[in-house]
Design a binder for this molecule. Structure first.
Ligand code: FAD
Length: 418
């Protein structure tokens, strides 16, 4: 069995790794000159800047991969109980992660807390509306604006008012149907011994992980080699065309963004994947003398700030003085057209407004169309039917976070090896 893998981001490289472990013959193609896809780290003037994810959760699958690659000594582990904040009504307020913290936090008024506690007795949220409508119906408008909206929307840089619940909340809706109450599920989890895995990075940044995967399997991964076409052969195999020739494989795993997947599969699929929309972000790396402990903050949905969230790399890891601000997303895509000077100045000024501390701008980066929006355009996905011999392992058909990408990659590899 020979498998062709298109894309050398974390998903494609983990599929490669897991298939090689089962002695399956693999040809992996990556269009760019470096492995890692959206995971990109760079050390600038001694500071390790992340241009994609800032941290990943050390789930069992992530730990196993780290051990297999011999990276354990380079892991930096943050405190899983470090506080996370939401900026609301002019102050940073703690996101509660225990019953005691829920009673104490000033993020929600008493009225909102009582409304949220009524959740087990309110009817199921509407699944034909938006994620915002679902959360508001279940937990109340204030809990949506100051807690669920910023945390959930922040993952996708999206506006939950434009994310249909049926696409974006599938897992939450099925948990509600299964257990009757989401609050009960949350309380059961808090009371169980299944601690949330800690956030981690590596001394050299998160890119260490895909780089190590690439180095381990370099003989099977072609960088600078975009796949230009995927065509069936007369014998039921698949031909992957690149600028230097073609490779025939029994099965193809595509890990490419939606537009590239649509181009590669063309008439082989009916669903117009090219219509899936992605959110764009501006990232401003800032340096501050402030001692900040915690994950950082998101801003309330009603916040007038341009900043959607700030990661306190300095508070989680050995990243002295570094914080990373995210601006734009679905709320304000136009920020990508601002000058570097304006983006830097707005990020630094708003950081000072929120935390009371000065910050210097280290770098300004624009990420155009990188985060799947999970908006109305996902209505095309039910029409997706793949020919035999083609699999998708992507963050627009599966979950977004790196641990989920790794888990899905391993699952696909196991199925193929079987
Ligand atoms: C700004 C940002 C912040 C994030 N924050 C977090 C976080 O804090 N924690 C977390 O867990 N997750 C986070 N995520 C999500 C996570 O990083 C991504 O979902 C994950 O890294 C995607 O990996 P992938 O391999 O599936 O896709 P990609 O990284 O997109 O890789 C796809 C690869 O395919 C290649 N390719 C495209 N076309 C072709 C072709 N024709 N031929 C060959 N190769 C091709 C591309 O060059 C690319 O390398 C974040 C994402 C972004 C963008």
């Amino acid at each position: 069995m020979r498998v062709g893998i298109v894309g050398g981001g974390i998903t494609g490289l983990t599929v490669t790794h897991a298939l090689r472990a089962q002695d399956v013959t693999v040809n992996t193609f990556e269009a760019a000159g470096r492995p890692g896809g959206v995971i990109r780290s760079e050390t600038v003037d001694g500071m390790c800047l992340e241009y994609g994810p800032q941290r990943i959760r050390a789930t069992p699958a992530v730990r196993t991969l780290i051990d297999e690659l011999g990276l354990a000594d380079t892991v930096q582990e943050g405190d899983p109980d470090a506080p996370l904040y939401v900026y609301a009504d002019g102050a940073l307020r703690t996101v509660p992660r225990s019953v005691k913290a829920f009673l104490r936090t000033d993020l929600l008024s008493w009225r909102a807390k009582l409304r949220l506690l009524r959740e087990p007795f309110v009817p199921s949220g509407p699944t034909d509306g938006s994620a915002k409508e679902y959360f508001e119906a279940k937990f109340g408008a204030e809990a949506y604006d100051r807690l669920l909206g910023p945390l959930f929307g922040g993952i996708y840089a999206s506006d939950p008012a434009r994310m249909p619940a049926r696409h974006s909340l599938q897992r939450i809706i099925s948990l509600e149907h299964e257990h009757g109450s989401l609050l009960r599920v949350a309380l059961d989890r808090l009371g169980s011994n299944n601690a949330t895995p800690p956030p981690i990075t590596f001394d050299g940044g998160l890119e260490t992980l895909p780089t190590a995967l690439y180095n381990r399997h370099a003989a099977h991964v072609e960088l600078n080699t975009p796949v230009l076409g995927v065509t069936p052969t007369a014998t039921g195999a698949w031909e992957l065309e690149t600028s230097w020739g073609s490779t025939v494989v029994d099965h193809v795993v595509l890990t490419t963004p939606a537009t590239e997947t649509a181009e590669l599969l063309g008439e082989l699929i009916e669903a117009p994947l090219e219509r899936l929309t992605y959110n764009s972000l501006a990232i401003v790396h800032l340096e501050t003398a402030a001692r900040l402990a915690g994950f950082g903050y998101q801003t309330a949905r009603s916040s007038p700030l341009h900043t959607r969230g700030v990661t306190w790399n300095t508070g989680l890891f050995d990243r002295d003085g570094l914080v990373t601000a995210f601006l734009g997303g679905m709320d304000e895509p136009d920020v990508l057209e601002w000058t570097d000077a304006r983006l830097g100045s707005v990020a630094a000024t708003e950081f000072e407004t929120v935390t009371g501390h000065d910050a210097n701008v280290l770098a300004v980066t624009r990420l155009a169309d990188r985060i799947p929006a999970y908006d109305e355009s996902w209505n095309v996905l039910p029409f997706l039917s793949l020919p035999d011999g083609i699999s998708l392992a992507t963050n627009y058909t599966g979950r977004l976070g790196v641990p989920s990408r790794i888990r899905e990659a391993i699952r696909i590899a196991e199925t193929l090896a079987d």
